[in-house]
Design a protein around this ligand. Structure first.
Ligand code: AMP
Ligand code: GLY
Length: 428
């Protein structure tokens, strides 16, 4: 196999973790990350490219002779970057990791995803979709349901479009806010109201070419800002891999009831898929249900699952369009556990300040610091976002990985630094 030039789009901790792994590949020639961050700098070359600017991406693919493109975040996928590149006559033989627009609707439209699951008999919460033309029906549907009420804006809302309301009054206000007051703009033209599922959540990731799939390590994400899962939702405050309650029997249910029906459903609708599918699941009375689909890897789950993959990930990505080779490859996962804890800027997920120097990153041992909202300026690392850095430890089991992660965090400091101290406690 010829060595490959790889471009990763994105700038978060997820992209640093992907770059960290790809950098180790024996089949890598050159790695580029656009726009990247201070962590990806050490694994490849950062390119100052706006990931929403098609011409800039195209130019970079042509000038750097890119063979393989990994699209990190969801927006470019939902907006059709894959389709645009494939239709472009100047671009040849580019392997694109990330689905086309039609498949990206699984994440880009909650009502599309729900209808897809209903058609394909994939377990998920009961639901109905509404818009401005049938708002009264939405109110009647709420009145006939029982709390808690789950209301979701249809489109991409950066994780902020889901509301769980305890009272009918609150639920009705949320519906008005989204559909009438356009709180999320076009992303809220439609809403989904669904029944509440009471259980424990987990994230399952596959890499697929639409026919065959490889299961990556499982992970549990900690979404709320406060300890014991309280307070506002965030992009994710930490992750644990593997999820201890996923045994062989439960994984078999996930495969046969969720992963395989999803791939069969896509085929039935002639929707091609190359890339990662992230199944946001919930375990209710020993049965898996889908809460949501994402068409990319999770952040911070990626920072916990990638270091546990023993196989060369780039070889899998490079073979994705070669059906026979991909099918025969075996993805090996280390028999270890990983803990990721996110250090955030005080105030996140609401208002926070940036530009503070971070100290102590150079002192951590036996853990990896995956940079997220961090930049390098005049040889100094400065905070540059809400989620600043992810500290990941891979160890023999979850308790030891947790202990080592927190020991390393004690060595790191920046003004108003905040992190959850209970990541993984519920799993021990
Ligand atoms: P989503 O963006 O659809 O993943 O929803 C965000 C979060 O809201 C999920 O991670 C769950 O914690 C919660 N959630 C969403 N839908 C439901 C549901 N039907 N029942 C219970 N919790 C839900
Ligand atoms: N950690 C959840 C997500 O990436 O959407």
């Amino acid at each position: 196999m010829n060595k490959l030039n790889v471009l990763i789009l994105g700038s978060g901790g997820r992209e640093h973790a992907i770059a960290w792994k790809i950098h180790q590949s024996p089949i890598l020639n050159k790695l580029y990350v656009a726009p990247g961050n201070s962590g990806t700098l050490k694994r490849g070359e950062n390119l100052d490219v706006n990931i929403h600017n098609y011409d800039a991406i195209k130019n970079c693919i042509l000038t750097q002779n890119i063979n393989l493109l990994i699209i990190g975040p969801e927006d470019p996928l939902v907006n059709g970057l894959h389709d645009q590149l494939e239709d472009d006559k100047d671009i040849h033989n580019l392997i694109i990791i990330g689905p086309k627009k039609s498949a990206a609707q699984l994440e880009g439209s909650k009502s599309f995803a729900k209808k897809f699951m209903l058609k394909n008999n994939i377990p998920t919460a009961d639901f109905k979709s509404f818009n401005i033309t049938n708002l009264n029906e939405a109110k009647i549907y709420l009145e006939e349901s029982s709390p808690p009420f789950v209301i979701k804006a249809d489109g991409l809302a950066a994780g902020k479009g889901v509301f769980i309301c305890e009272t009918l009054e609150k639920a009705t206000n949320v519906v008005e806010d989204i559909v009438v007051n356009k709180k999320f703009g076009a992303a809220g033209e439609k809403i989904v109201i669904e029944s509440f599922l009471d259980g424990i959540e987990l994230s399952v990731f596959v890499l697929t070419n639409g026919t065959d799939y490889k299961i990556l390590p499982t992970a549990k994400d900690y979404k709320r800002i406060g300890e014991n899962d309280t307070g506002l939702n965030t992009g994710g405050m930490g992750a644990i891999s593997p999820v201890p309650f996923v045994d062989e029997v439960f994984m078999e249910k996930i495969k046969t009831k969720i992963i395989e029906p999803t791939l069969i459903g896509l085929k039935k609708e002639n929707i091609e898929y190359t890339g990662f599918i992230f199944f946001g699941l919930i375990k209710v009375k020993n049965e898996p249900f889908v809460i949501e689909y994402n068409v990319r890897l999770g952040d911070p789950e990626t920072q916990a699952i990638i270091p546990r993959i023993k196989s060369d990930l780039l070889s899998f990505l490079a073979s994705i369009n070669d059906k026979q080779t991909f099918k025969n490859m075996e993805l090996n996962i280390e028999d270890t556990a990983a803990t990721t804890v996110i250090l955030t800027s005080g105030g996140y997920p609401e208002k926070y300040k940036k530009g503070y120097p971070i100290r102590g990153l150079e002192n951590i041992t036996n853990s990896i610091a995956f940079h997220a909202g961090l930049k390098l300026e005049k040889h100094k690392y400065l905070t540059n976002g809400g989620r600043v850095v992810a500290i990941t430890t891979v160890d023999k089991n979850i308790p030891t990985a947790i202990k080592k992660t927190y020991t390393n965090i004690e060595k790191i400091s920046f003004q108003d630094m905040y992190f959850r101290k209970d990541i993984g406690n519920d799993l021990i």
